[in-house]
Design a protein around this ligand. Structure first.
Ligand code: 13P
Ligand code: SF4
Length: 361
């Protein structure tokens, strides 16, 4: 039987189950006006109250497709911004924990990017197409839209780079060095043709001649969580569990991905393991909340983290069921919390880059 919400007491004292029960009551009352989206890295208790769970692309598509007036985005700030850009002016997007950012997204600012772009022009690098990983601020997406580029996610980076590399231009990929490198390399770009752009140095710390000769520039941004996986982790698991398969997220360094059997977005990882035969074994190189959930819902398989350490995204972990409940209580009372709203001038250009992505996905 479902626990009853303890309406009279302070919700901060409630169990997650009681908070979830109250969330369900409010969802029943608000009906189709509300859609709760949750990224795969959210904790179980948040995933349990979500209407849809997915990777960045799936959640962006869900936001673009819904007519719900209130979208509660259990994820991080760039995801809520993307949802706002893809929804209409009469729809509101809420980030239940407003301090839930992404340290990788913070590694590229519009100022640093403008500086890099100007220095590329001064170095006569030739035509350049900017591609931003979706893990970036809306202002960067707007920059990309303005300069004829596109957004990508971990699930469509290949398609987007095929499109960009088929043009007579170089590619500037930001902010994730690792996703850019593995994707371009798997499309045949040799490693020496890709230069790491040091965001803190004039001309990225590069020689002008090398800049003119290169094919791809990789902004030196990274995800702290995915730097916790090492090539030797794969070797250790293979020794301990013969037959184990290693699957990792493309935010891992290329040396780790090269040791893996497969790589892909969080949705690809989840689908692969869910569809795998009973008895199969998996060492997974991505955030621990997803890995633990995959282990729980696949008791007939061995699913472990590739890392012996706790690879947790502290920003994703900020959101609790109580954070979601507070948003719904506000909406139900006609006093909704602050929305994530991208200024119209930024949203218009960012939308160009997102629409290019959605068309190419
Ligand atoms: P996915 O789009 O694969 O879910 O990745 C998002 C992310 O932030 C991974 O760190
Ligand atoms: Fe950002 Fe890394 Fe967290 Fe993904 S896991 S949201 S890239 S900090």
């Amino acid at each position: 039987m479902e626990p009853k919400a303890q309406a009279a007491s302070d919700p901060r004292d409630w169990t997650d189950d009681a908070v979830a029960a109250r969330i369900r009551q409010l969802k029943n009352r608000l009906g189709r006006d509300v859609l709760i989206l949750a990224h795969h890295y959210q904790r179980d208790a948040v995933v349990a109250v979500a209407d849809a769970v997915g990777d960045s692309l799936k959640l962006a598509q869900a936001a673009a497709a819904t007519s719900a007036r209130h979208i509660v985005f259990c994820g991080v700030h760039f995801m809520a911004e993307t949802a706002d850009i893809l929804t209409g002016p009469d729809q509101a997007v809420y980030l239940p924990e407003q301090r839930a950012g992404c340290s990788m997204a913070d590694m590229a600012t519009p100022e640093a990017l403008e500086w890099a772009w100007e220095s590329l022009t001064r170095a006569e690098a030739g035509p350049v197409i900017p591609i931003t990983y979706v893990n970036s601020a809306a202002s960067l997406k707007a920059f990309v839209g303005r300069h004829g580029g596109a957004v990508c996610t971990s699930s469509n980076a290949r398609n987007i780079l095929i499109w960009a590399l088929s043009q007579e231009a170089k590619v500037f990929f930001f902010p994730d060095e690792h996703l850019g490198r593995i994707t371009a390399h798997d499309l045949g770009v040799p490693l020496p043709d890709m230069l790491v752009w040091d965001r803190g140095l004039p001309l990225g710390g590069l020689d002008p001649e090398a800049v003119r000769a290169a094919r791809v520039y990789l902004w030196n941004g990274f995800c702290v969580v995915h730097q916790m996986f090492f090539p030797e982790d794969a070797a250790a698991w293979r020794q301990k569990e013969p037959g184990i398969r290693v699957i990792v997220h493309p935010e891992c360094p290329i040396e780790v991905i090269r040791e893996a059997d497969a790589y892909g977005s969080t949705e690809m990882i989840a689908r692969t393991i869910d569809a795998a035969p009973a008895g199969s074994k998996w060492a997974v190189g991505t955030e621990i909340n997803l890995v633990a959930r995959l282990a729980d819902r696949n008791p007939d398989k061995l699913v472990v983290s590739l890392s012996p350490h706790q690879a947790i995204c502290a920003n994703m972990y900020r959101t609790r069921p109580l954070s979601v409940l507070r948003v719904l209580e506000g909406v139900a009372a006609g006093e909704p919390p602050p929305v994530v709203r991208v200024p119209v001038s930024v949203a218009g250009e960012a939308r160009l880059a997102l629409d290019r992505m959605l068309t190419l996905s």
